[in-house]
Design a binder for this molecule. Structure first.
Ligand SMILES: Cc1cc2nc3c(=O)[nH]c(=O)nc-3n(C[C@H](O)[C@H](O)[C@H](O)COP(=O)(O)OP(=O)(O)OC[C@H]3O[C@@H](n4cnc5c(N)ncnc54)[C@H](O)[C@@H]3O)c2cc1C
Length: 358
């Protein structure tokens, strides 16, 4: 067994052989060869130089809630973003700008905003991870996407070795996408995000579960915050210490966007009318299908187990660590699911969590 050791002679704390599993919500993964806690923007210069001088790859770690780390770990430097100084608020007549350090716990920020009676991110309560992680895959839930409120992303640019401010338009936000996980993957280290929230906005109740929950009532943002957390808990989508369904990375597959003709083909395969297949309209006449529904149709229902890996007992889309799963166990279940869905519906499901060290 390896034990973490500090690298001597540096002004920032770099450790060697640090197990990564405790830094992930899956609780899976081998060690990082080097690991550094980044607690201020200034730390980044020395940490990045340390990696460059040794030709080491770097990986930016937030809350580890959208991450699958390999059993052999990562042969490079992990930069754990722990910048969490107090946030800055600037209020105007119509809006409030919150500039929030990247290492801040996302849910704590949502709570603070909701307690102030401000709407705009209340449906994103209970999503685990850091503020800096939210723009990366443009997190979304229950009818809201974080991109709708992001005004600016401050980041360290590994190409120019300097800090940049990226206004909303330059972030390339789309469904579970941004420049940070596509065209400029591994280029930027997010250090702060500015959210602009409309002071007059009302809570978003477009999502069916929320509509049902509140019926004819007019909830405040904090009411919605608590409702979302409670609905999430019932679906195993809230991290609750000790609950097996919590050892996951949330939804493991993205909802696929496919041509309408494929929807009709699936209807024929299943011998049902196409309006009985749950779907939403997407861009360019395409349709978005719920990946959870595809999994169930392919034979993977809640509670399905393959060794130590499994499907959550409360949500078909979350793959879980049933106790002692390895990354290889999760990958084997993923491959089995992808293969069965492909064979049955000709759809290649895309994995949502980021992989490290594979
Ligand atoms: C129970 C559960 C429920 C979830 N529900 C949802 C949901 O409803 N909607 C949703 O969209 N997601 C959901 N997720 C996924 C996850 O919580 C989000 O994607 C979250 O924003 C990831 O943030 P993180 O800080 O944990 O990032 P990490 O998992 O640490 O990293 C994920 C990726 O972001 C990059 N990254 C992280 N921080 C930074 C930074 N500061 N700068 C640059 N890159 C960075 C990493 O390099 C990596 O590529 C859920 C996960 C779990 C476990």
């Amino acid at each position: 067994m390896l034990y973490p050791q500090a690298v001597q002679g540096l002004s920032i704390p770099i450790q060697q052989d640090v197990p990564l599993a405790p830094y992930t919500t899956f609780r899976i993964g081998g060690p990082a060869r080097f690991f550094c806690e980044i607690s201020s923007e200034a730390d980044l210069f020395e940490a990045v130089e340390f990696a460059r001088n040794r030709s080491l790859p770097t990986f930016v770690l937030g809350g580890g809630s959208n991450l699958l780390v390999s059993d052999s770990g990562f042969d490079g430097l992990v930069l754990h973003i722990a910048i969490d100084q107090p946030l800055h608020e600037i209020a105007t007549e119509h809006s409030i700008d919150y500039t929030v350090p990247a290492g801040t716990d996302w849910n704590s920020f949502v709570l603070l905003v909701c307690e102030q009676g401000i709407s705009g991110i209340e449906c994103l309560a209970g999503i685990p991870g850091s503020v800096g992680g939210t723009p990366v895959q443009n997190v979304g839930a229950y009818g809201q996407e974080v991109a709708d409120t992001i005004a600016n992303v401050r980041a360290f640019d590994l190409e120019t070795n300097d800090f940049v401010d990226l206004p909303h338009k330059q972030c390339g936000f789309a469904y579970r996408r941004s420049i940070f996980n596509t065209t400029h993957r591994n280029r930027y280290i997010v250090t702060a995000v500015t959210f602009r929230l409309d002071r007059t906005a009302k809570p978003n109740l477009t999502y069916a579960d929320l509509k049902r929950h509140f019926d004819d009532l007019t909830p405040t943002p904090i009411d919605v915050y608590h409702a979302v957390r409670s609905i999430r808990h019932s679906k195993g989508m809230l991290i609750v210490e000790g609950e097996a369904d919590s050892r996951s990375a949330g939804s493991f597959f993205k909802n696929p966007i496919v041509p309408k003709s494929l929807l009709l083909q699936i209807a024929t395969t299943l011998n049902i009318p196409d309006d009985k297949i749950p779907h939403w309209s997407a861009d360019k006449g395409q349709v978005k299908l719920p990946a959870a529904w595809l999994l169930e149709q392919a034979g993977f229902s809640k509670g399905f187990a393959l060794g130590q890996a499994g499907v959550s007992s409360r949500h078909t889309l979350a793959l879980i660590n049933r106790g002692n799963a390895t990354a290889a166990d999760i990958a084997a279940l993923r491959d089995t699911i992808q293969q069965q869905v492909r064979a049955r519906f000709d759809i290649q499901l895309e994995q949502e969590p980021v992989q490290l060290g594979f």
